[in-house]
Design a protein around this ligand. Structure first.
Ligand code: SIN
Ligand code: FE2
Length: 212
């Protein structure tokens, strides 16, 4: 009997052009966590305001040439951290490589992200259904890396009210979507309070994009 029989498939289709790559980031966890700590030292996690005046339950920071921000004036990408006026920290090489390799494994060769949103979820934090549509063109995929606590990812349709698939994501999983699925609604259900062995009571998510 070989262990291989019990290994999950290399990629699971969530829809036509969306793939779940189970454990794809696991070989890189130490390097990813060290890089996230560097980013957060230069550009600390913070909870931003939505245009509607709510404070996001998720705390975020960014790295790369462009960073995603929100305030009362709207959502946008900016080259500087609004909190410090400094450029966002550079994209760590391990992020760029992992994003390129994951995109390729999902059928999107040549992905070169210029923006990485780093989300930090505490128990109870959630992300309501939304589209990633602040990027300049939708030709490039989105690569999303999960670290730490388990989460339930909502994979919806092209209208907000479409039925959403509930996808359990664990430490090391990577989701890639693009092409016909690039503008699908997605979100994250409120996180349960089940601390992770390595990361404790938090979930970190990297969302790598070609924004500019
Ligand atoms: C996002 O849609 O920006 C993040 C999704 C996630 O945290 O898994
Ligand atoms: Fe998103």
């Amino acid at each position: 009997m070989t262990l291989d029989l019990f290994e999950p498939p290399a990629r699971e289709a969530l829809s036509e052009a969306a793939w779940l790559l189970r454990g794809f980031a696991l070989p890189h966890v130490d390097a990813l966590l060290a890089a996230i700590a560097d980013v957060a030292r230069a550009a600390p996690f913070r909870q931003m305001q939505t245009p509607g005046g709510f404070t996001m339950s998720v705390a975020l920071t960014n790295c790369g040439a462009l960073g995603w921000t929100t305030d009362r004036r709207g959502y946008r990408y900016a080259s500087a951290d609004p909190q410090t006026g400094q450029p966002w920290p550079p994209m760590p090489a391990v992020f760029t490589r992992l994003a390129r390799d994951a995109a390729k494994a999902a059928g999107f060769p040549g992905f070169a992200p210029d923006a990485c949103l780093v989300n930090r979820y505490a128990p109870g934090a959630r992300l309501s259904l939304h589209q990633d549509r602040d990027e300049r063109d939708y030709g490039a995929p989105i690569v999303s890396v999960s670290l730490g606590m388990d989460a339930t990812f909502l994979w919806g349709g092209h209208a907000r009210g479409d039925r959403a698939l509930r996808v359990p994501l664990v430490h090391g999983d990577v989701v890639v979507w693009g092409g016909a699925d690039r503008l699908r609604y997605h979100g994250v259900l409120p996180l349960k309070d089940r601390p992770h062995a390595l990361l404790g009571a938090q979930r970190l998510n990297l969302t790598l994009r070609k924004a500019g």
